[in-house]
Design a protein around this ligand. Structure first.
Ligand SMILES: [Zn+2]
Length: 104
């Protein structure tokens, strides 16, 4: 089932990785359409979203997403290599796999 609609592919990946790090099986979908935005009507169907494979994990997944949304710009670090922003709980960059710089 679709569990989260993101405004950017980055956000979709952050949520997806966040869920995976909690052993929730999911994937990002709808990214391919994102590049065509501007040609298709803006709306939920043109935005990337996170697809949950295991419906039993829904309550856990909702908790995780709620936590994320409470503090979306909280603890983050910027990748030295690709300058992507990553959530503090990730030890490596979701984008390029580089190791996180040491966080105080
Ligand atoms: Zn990176």
């Amino acid at each position: 089932m679709k569990i989260f609609t993101a405004t950017t592919p980055t956000e979709a990946h952050i949520i997806c990785e966040l869920l995976k790090s909690n052993l929730v099986s999911c994937e990002v979908r709808g990214e391919g359409i994102f590049g065509l935005q501007g040609e298709v009507p803006f709306g939920e169907n043109s935005e990337p979203y996170v697809w949950l494979f295991d419906n039993d994990a829904l309550p856990l997944a909702q908790d995780i997403i709620a936590d994320y949304q409470q503090d979306p710009l909280g603890e983050q670090w910027q990748c030295d290599k690709c300058h992507e922003r990553n959530e503090a709980q990730f030890g490596i960059c979701w984008q390029c796999g580089a190791t996180a710089p040491s966080i105080p």
